[in-house]
Write a protein of this length. Structure first.
Length: 102
């Protein structure tokens, strides 16, 4: 993932938003980011339906550098003003063709 090379670990704001169509894909991407960044201190959060929104909100309050999310949960949190995606420097759509079919 080339975007990982562009993350500034000194910044305490959202830098990259990765949107994926399913929770399974969000979790899979999260695992890859975890494995690729375990020695670099890059913070990330996985945000998807079917998991506790309260726990996810608390994680987002810590301002992770990367957020991996499904469209539905991301929209919920944007509407609740839990996350401001306008500050993200990078926006990645994974499997956009599947999201357009939704």
């Amino acid at each position: 993932m080339p975007v990982l090379n562009k993350i500034d670990t000194n910044k305490k704001t959202l830098q990259a938003l990765i949107l994926a169509p399913t929770r399974e894909l969000v979790v899979q991407i999260g695992e890859e980011i975890k494995n690729l960044t375990k020695f670099y201190g890059v913070s990330y959060a996985c945000v998807y339906g079917g998991a506790s929104p309260l726990i996810q909100k608390n994680i987002l309050k810590k301002n992770p550098a990367i957020v991996i999310a499904t469209p539905g949960r991301l929209m919920d949190f944007m509407n609740q003003k839990v996350i401001d995606v306008r500050v993200a420097e990078y926006f990645i759509l994974d499997e956009v063709d599947r999201m357009l079919d939704m």
